[in-house]
Design a protein around this ligand. Structure first.
Ligand code: URA
Length: 432
């Protein structure tokens, strides 16, 4: 994998250098990642370095080096046999975020190639692969050949990675998770971008979520993360655009795997929640704009056209059929419980992070990687943030296996107040 270098290097010197706010050279970063992958430096030493990076940051040149060294730790996809421009998207994760299911077929219907490697959910956020697995028989683990053939045939495929991409990130992320070192912008940016760049698309659109249900809680931090990732993309010669989008309230009306697939289908049929549809149209428009090198407004009319004429939905059906899914057989529980408003007033907040955790505990998500999930459970929001609601009205329909579910916890999640609050925008900023 790696050449042996760094005979004169010492992990303690490197930790000390970063602790004193020094700039690590490419060779030093290479030495650390290489030695960590070979188990010649210890978890506790790498943890100390990660904490020093969390506290003192990294400059652009260090972040680019770290990203490329992480990519080199494993395999990368070779998409060169596929004609056409390949465009990828990534979301930093939110509650009810089924955007990929809608955006990928729209963009493919517009004539671009969408090679989408996705992951499973962990904690309060879901994962695209889990959502697709709620469709009976849907094959989420395409071989490299099947992935490439499907992209050639229909222009879109969503799968887990069949290659050993960025193993250094898997090892580092597991360590960051248990050492309080996840929330560092250089580490998050290099972690996300190394995986995106290993997929090898030509252009990338990033959906950086901001707010209570997101990794980035405020606009300043999210802007910094977005700028860092756009810069990494550019330094690898890939045009990259980031959208800063609202995750203070859940996205759309459904949360839970099967329910989210059903909502994505409704959106592809031109129905569904207006905010969610608008977000999908905007992300798809930027993908088409950079993919074809055309103005965003021109791209938007192509996107809307392909949504309205049914071509995007047809593309989704083609993808499901190609991956052997049974579209008429989506796992959704048939037992429901209503959660009703305790009082009349304005629904000023639905605390996305807490709701995500509640739904995870219902069985729709994983607390640990090993947990088995239930695709059929979840929640449909009958009202979203900003609505006026009457006492006793149903705020949400819970899809459950057992009707005895405790809904008391939802009283602190659906916040109803006498006066209405100003709603935050859906999209805060676009960073190019
Ligand atoms: N998602 C990632 O892939 N990496 C991070 O570091 C944080 C979120």
């Amino acid at each position: 994998m790696y050449n042996i270098i760094g005979d004169n290097m010492n992990i303690v010197d490197i930790i000390n250098k970063k602790r004193e706010k020094g700039t690590l050279s490419r060779d030093e970063i290479f030495y650390v990642i290489n030695a960590y992958m070979n188990d010649t430096v210890k978890d506790y030493q790498v943890s100390a370095l990660l904490m020093a990076i969390c506290l003192n940051g990294m400059i652009e040149q260090e972040i680019t080096s770290l990203t490329s060294i992480m990519i080199e730790s494993g395999d990368t996809f070779d998409l060169s046999s596929i004609n056409g421009i390949k465009v990828d998207k990534h979301s930093t994760g939110g509650v009810g975020d089924k955007t990929t299911l809608v955006v990928a077929p729209i963009v493919a219907a517009c004539g671009l190639i969408v090679p989408k490697m996705s992951g499973r959910g962990l904690g309060h956020t879901g994962g695209t692969i889990d959502k697709l697995e709620s469709i009976s028989n849907f094959k989420v683990d395409l071989s490299n050949n099947d992935f490439l053939n499907q992209l050639k045939d229909i222009g879109v495929a969503i799968t887990t990675s069949s290659l050993n991409t960025v193993p250094a990130d898997k090892k580092l992320y597991a360590l960051r998770d248990v050492t309080g070192t996840v929330s560092s912008i250089p580490l998050i940016a290099s972690s996300i971008m190394s995986k995106k760049l290993a997929t090898n698309a030509d252009k990338i659109v990033l959906d950086v979520k901001v707010g209570e249900g997101a990794l980035m809680k405020n606009i300043e931090q999210a802007t910094l993360l977005a700028r860092t990732m756009v810069q990494i993309g550019k330094s690898f010669g890939k045009e990259t655009v980031a959208l800063l989008t609202n995750m203070n309230c859940p996205l759309g009306t459904s949360i839970g795997n099967g329910l989210e697939v059903r909502e994505a289908i409704e959106t592809l049929k031109g129905n569904g929640d207006e905010n969610f549809k608008e977000l999908c149209i905007t992300i798809a428009s930027y993908m088409v704009s950079i993919g074809k090198g055309i103005k965003v407004e021109t791209a938007r009319s192509e996107v809307v056209n392909n949504l309205n004429n049914g071509k995007a939905y047809e593309k989704f059906l083609e993808m499901v059929a190609a991956q052997q899914g049974e579209i008429n057989n989506i796992d959704i529980s048939n037992k429901t419980v209503e959660y009703r408003a305790l009082k009349s007033g304005y629904l000023n907040s639905i605390r996305a992070f807490e709701l995500g955790k509640y739904i995870m505990k219902m069985g729709a998500g994983r607390e640990t990687k090993e947990d088995i999930i239930d695709y059929g459970v979840g929640i449909i929001l009958n009202h979203n943030c900003g609505d006026y609601v009457n006492k006793g009205e149903s705020l949400a329909t819970l899809y459950v296996r057992n009707e005895d579910i405790d809904t008391k916890l939802l009283d602190d999640i659906f916040i109803i107040e006498k006066n209405s609050k100003k709603l935050e925008p859906l999209i805060y900023d676009i960073i190019k």
